[in-house]
Write a protein that binds this ligand. Structure first.
Ligand code: FEO
Length: 393
């Protein structure tokens, strides 16, 4: 028996906490599990359900609705077509035959394509459209590319609650309905931003400005706890999307026989001596979510790799691909590493990061174990990075 959780009279959290999930999209690590939040809003005349839950947890949502004795749902608001929020729509529509799905025009097409949802039960709404539940009013705010093209946010006017779906979310399984530990949620929300939202940073800037025009007392996202101090997450997002990159080098690397590791260690020491913070990641063991988080603020990425079959190590290729796809606000990139007899690693990696609007600093790629002149080149690279970072402040 799954009990709903009351937010206030007529408004309930009816989602599912997925304590055991460890991977999203077979790609993104979830060290702390996640939740799929759905919310029931009862007006004096109509009842709306905001989003549904991942199809693996359908029974949880339906059980919570049963506990509330919900006999009729008039509207199911689909803020986002991705299945962790829309995947239980078919069951909800079957159980509540009067229910209409409300979403953006683009989302309507996606729900039909992805879920084979019945087109005649989907109501597409324009940006700024409203829907009355009687004494409560829902306003729909189109927010394309947060993080799919069809996304929208829903604002409950009378209660000043924003339901932003993935926007501001965190992959965090918790019994806390509201944020209680801001440090813990900050980490989870930053990881979420880095993995899901950062590629759309420029569009997020616009959507963030749009949201800041609303009077918000509570942000109720689709993952993680709710924010009853909205400025906490709004200020964090403002820093992530608008803030200048910080005096940080992110150094993802692989070393097969030790030469690259010697170079990494030397460069890290040289940078630290010059007052630069370094976050290094051995890609043989690293959590890519941690790497993504580090990229949110870093001014510089230095990639370290040995040469394998004339190119970079496959794990390094993966990291470079990821950094390119995530489009962080990084300003400078360099490459260090070692080769046995030749290769085209520098050209290969430089060609893989074309999305990044960066200045490429002279790489230090050497044959075999580093010698005095190679350490001198690393010292020069560290000095260049430190100078470039000073100019950022
Ligand atoms: Fe939580 Fe984009 O789905």
């Amino acid at each position: 028996m799954m009990k709903p959780r009351k937010i206030k009279e007529g408004i309930y959290w009816v989602g599912a906490v997925d304590w055991d999930r460890r991977l999203f999209d077979d790609l993104i690590p979830l060290p702390d599990g996640t939740s799929y939040n759905a919310y029931l809003i009862q007006g004096s005349e109509k009842t709306a359900l905001i989003d549904t839950v991942d199809p693996t947890t359908s029974h949880v949502l339906l059980d919570r609705l049963d506990q509330l004795n919900v006999e009729r749902i008039d509207y199911v608001i689909a803020n986002h077509a991705e299945k962790d929020h829309s995947g239980t729509l078919p069951q909800v529509l079957e159980r509540y035959p009067a229910a209409q799905v409300v979403c953006t025009p683009k989302c309507k097409g996606m729900l039909v394509d992805m879920l084979l949802a019945p087109e005649d039960r989907i109501l597409a709404v324009d940006d700024g459209a409203t829907l009355s539940l009687g004494d409560r009013t829902l306003e729909f705010i189109h927010a394309p590319w947060v993080h799919w093209p069809e996304t929208m946010l829903t604002y409950l006017r009378e209660d000043k609650i924003l339901f932003p779906c993935d926007f501001f979310g965190s992959h965090l399984a918790t019994t806390d309905l509201y944020v209680t530990d801001e440090g813990r949620v900050y980490e989870a929300a930053k990881r979420y931003y880095a993995e899901i939202m950062m590629p759309f940073r420029k569009i997020i800037q616009k959507n963030l400005k749009k949201v800041q025009g609303y009077d918000i007392s509570l942000i109720a996202p689709s993952h993680g706890p709710m924010y009853d101090r909205p400025e906490f997450i709004l200020e964090a997002y403002h820093d992530w999307v608008f803030g200048e990159p910080k005096n940080i080098v992110v150094l993802p690397y692989i070393s097969m026989h030790g030469s690259t590791r010697v170079m990494v260690n030397y460069l890290v020491d040289a940078l630290v001596e010059k007052g630069v913070t370094v976050e290094q990641f051995n890609l043989a063991v690293t959590d890519i979510g941690k790497l993504a988080m580090a990229l949110v603020d870093a001014a510089t990425i230095v990639i370290g790799s040995p040469t394998v079959l004339t190119g970079a190590h496959p794990n390094v290729v993966y990291a470079a691909y990821l950094a390119n796809a995530l489009r962080p606000k990084t300003k400078f990139v360099s490459i260090i590493g070692s080769y046995g007899w030749g290769g085209k690693m520098v050209q290969q990696l430089a060609g893989m990061i074309s999305n990044l609007k960066v200045e490429v600093l002279d790489p230090v790629v050497i044959q075999g174990h580093p010698r005095d002149e190679d350490f001198a080149a690393l010292d020069k690279l560290a000095a260049t990075i430190a100078e470039k970072h000073k100019a950022l402040k």
